[in-house]
Design a protein around this ligand. Structure first.
Ligand SMILES: *Cc1c(COP(=O)(O)O)cnc(C)c1O
Length: 448
């Protein structure tokens, strides 16, 4: 045993093994120490009865690569759900990233007023562009829409009452519940109406001297069908005005421009919502707006000024990376460069285009392995609930659960529908079609 122990190489020697050339010596030393320690114990306990340097070096190399294995990995989203919260919601276009990198990688006038040579305002930058885009008095950007809701309630309704319909007390994925957020913010919830029906008179009867705000919340991830009634924001707003109250609409997933005709008819755009001149609205930056994670608040100048005075804002403040990317998305909207907003681009892809791509991949892979099928998908991300729209997928033949697992191992997330494994082209960027085809071939071989 002593002989075997003697054969265990010294740390200095093993980290200079040719197999480990070019790797960081400091990290190698750390890993080699751990490996050698374990090896020594294994020799002493008789588990290992011979050692050789090159297999030790090999093991160290493997451990080194494991340490550096990225935790955040790129995936191909073949679920068909464009706004997949678990996969990062909206994508950032490479062109916009490149444009924004000039600011992100350099010093900038983030909080520096170039005219006056003095401290400036971080929020001026995007707000000027957003005011142009949305035609509102003022805008404020915070960390996400959850923070926007919290900041608004805390600023205007602390120890006061906020009237909300019972049909809108929603929970959004990741346990963001409107009633809970209200409680935390210090606002008192005044529920009105019933789950399926709320009338304007319900709001009116709930107004008391303690009321600060009438709030509407987008139902986001569900819809009530059948015997139901809700009050338009316009009516709520008129009522709020008559009583000198603030009206606030948590829009959730606001969008600019037009949705495909079969989706747009039930979901008003930001332009339509803002045309009735609300006190305040807020929406997410990375849902249908198609930019980075942010909460965008728009509305009356004097109200935004009060939000800016709340100390909480400092905690909800957005970084320059967010601001730079958001500014580029807004400029893309202003110049109608819609192809630079991947979320919208994917949503507007025609079924014919998707079918062409799917047929192309199938011809590369082979008809015995997959078929092209017509299907339906959802938008996701708490938007356009229960509203499906047409899509095209490749049905990979074979046992669906096994295929799902195997594709997942290769970084491709598909979906199972009626026991069929589908790769949906609605949420795949065309630049990945070739990789997708190659991986399908590899996996088909593995299943042979
Ligand atoms: C998604 C959503 C939120 C939360 O927005 P985040 O940007 O995810 O924080 C809040 N309210 C509504 C209505 C939503 O749809």
């Amino acid at each position: 045993m002593q002989n075997i122990l003697k054969k265990i190489p010294k740390i200095d020697k093993i980290i200079n093994h040719s197999l480990l050339d070019g790797l960081c010596k400091k990290l190698l030393t750390k890993i080699a120490k751990q490996k050698i320690e374990i090896l020594r114990e294994d020799v002493l306990s008789g588990k290992v009865c011979d050692v050789d340097e090159s297999s030790i070096a090999q093991e160290i190399k493997k451990a080194y690569e494991n340490v550096l294995e990225p935790s955040l990995k790129p995936l191909i989203n073949a679920t068909g759900v464009i706004l997949h919260t678990n996969m990062g919601r909206s994508l950032v276009s490479k062109t916009l990233l490149q444009r924004a990198s000039k600011v992100i990688c350099n010093y900038s006038n983030l909080e520096y007023d170039l005219d006056k040579g003095k401290r400036g305002e971080r929020y001026e930058h995007v707000s000027n562009h957003l005011k142009q885009l949305l035609h509102v008095e003022d805008v404020l950007v915070v960390n996400n829409n959850a923070s926007a809701v919290f900041l608004i309630l805390n600023t205007f309704a602390k120890r006061k009452e906020v009237v909300v319909s019972r049909g809108e007390l929603v929970e959004i994925g990741g346990s963001f519940r409107i009633p809970e957020v209200m409680k935390q913010s210090g606002a008192k919830l005044q529920e009105v109406g019933a789950t399926n029906k709320t009338k304007l008179s319900d709001y009116k009867e709930a107004i008391s001297p303690k009321t600060a705000m009438l709030m509407k919340v987008h139902q986001s991830n569900f819809s009530i069908e059948g015997f139901s009634e809700s009050v338009d924001f316009k009516q709520i707003q008129t009522l709020a005005k008559a009583y000198g109250l603030i009206d606030y609409f948590d829009v959730g997933s606001g969008y600019v421009g037009e949705l495909p005709y079969n989706l747009g008819n039930k979901e008003p755009s930001l332009e339509q919502i803002l045309s009735c001149d609300p006190s305040l609205i807020s929406f997410s930056g990375d849902k249908l707006f198609g930019s980075v994670q942010a909460g965008i608040i728009a509305g009356k100048k004097e109200l935004i000024a009060r939000l800016k005075k709340n100390q909480l804002l400092r905690m909800l403040r957005v970084d320059k990376i967010t601001l730079a990317l958001l500014e580029e998305s807004i400029k893309a909207y202003l110049q109608e460069e819609y192809e630079l907003i991947p979320t919208l681009w994917m949503l507007h892809q025609s079924v014919e285009k998707l079918e062409q791509r799917a047929l192309h991949v199938r011809s590369f892979v082979g008809e015995n392995i997959c078929d092209v099928v017509h299907s339906q998908t959802y938008m996701g991300g708490g938007t356009l609930p229960n509203r499906t729209f047409a899509t095209i997928a490749l049905h990979v033949k074979g046992k669906a659960v096994n295929l799902e697992r195997q594709f997942r191992k290769h970084g491709i997330i598909g979906r199972i529908e009626n026991d069929k494994f589908l790769l949906d082209f609605r949420s795949i960027l065309p630049e990945f079609d070739e990789d997708l085809g190659k991986t399908i071939k590899i996996i088909a071989k593995e299943f042979e």
